[in-house]
Design a protein. Sequence first.
Length: 219
Amino acid sequence: MSKETEKKHDGFIRRKGILAVISGFSGAGKGTLMKELIRNYDNYSLSISATTRQPRPGEVDGKDYFFVSKERFKEMIKNDELLEYAQYVDNYYGTPKAYVEAEMEKGKDVILEIEIQGALKIRAKYPDSVLIFITTPSAEELLSRLKKRGTESDEVIKKRIERAMLEAVGVEAYDYILINDNLDKTVKHLNYLIQDQHMRASQQLEFLEEFQKELRTVI
Ligand code: 5GP
């Protein structure tokens, strides 16, 4: 194998970043998981979504979300600035396109923390993306985590549980389901799942091509 190829070899050859879509029931602990993933491993970039929802206490514009008006959101759709968007419990959420594409091009694995309609749109556009669904071990635990968070009214919690009932039906479309019963363990599993995607044959086409060329000249 050529020196160049050997240098890049590390169990796999990293050509381009993976697009990892993480969804999960509201209250399943996705936010904390994402924070820990980014803190523990340096190959990830977290996409920041635009939303028309009001910030929760402690949320920062440009860090947790880009909080925008309905008018600005419509303009983003019109200007083709979003990779996907969806409506979720009375508000709009969307993934800004430019950041995701630039980070993947740099070789970063990009995390989209989005709901199911958006996830399916990403899968249609990027067949190589990996879709991972996070859940609590039980529905009871989900309700208790939502209540403990204390940031939503009973009415919104009810809507989020109703939404979970709908999403539970679509979960088969995902590649993996991760039960978040222990933060450290789940963060490790999540990292393995995403890093394994680099070894897919479809991610290694340039390597295979180079290998085939060398086979022809090796004897
Ligand atoms: P929350 O209001 O709890 O922050 O988010 C509500 C839901 O919207 C979550 O399921 C979250 O994953 C999803 N979401 C956040 N950003 C986006 C986005 O850019 N696109 C889509 N489709 N869903 C998103």
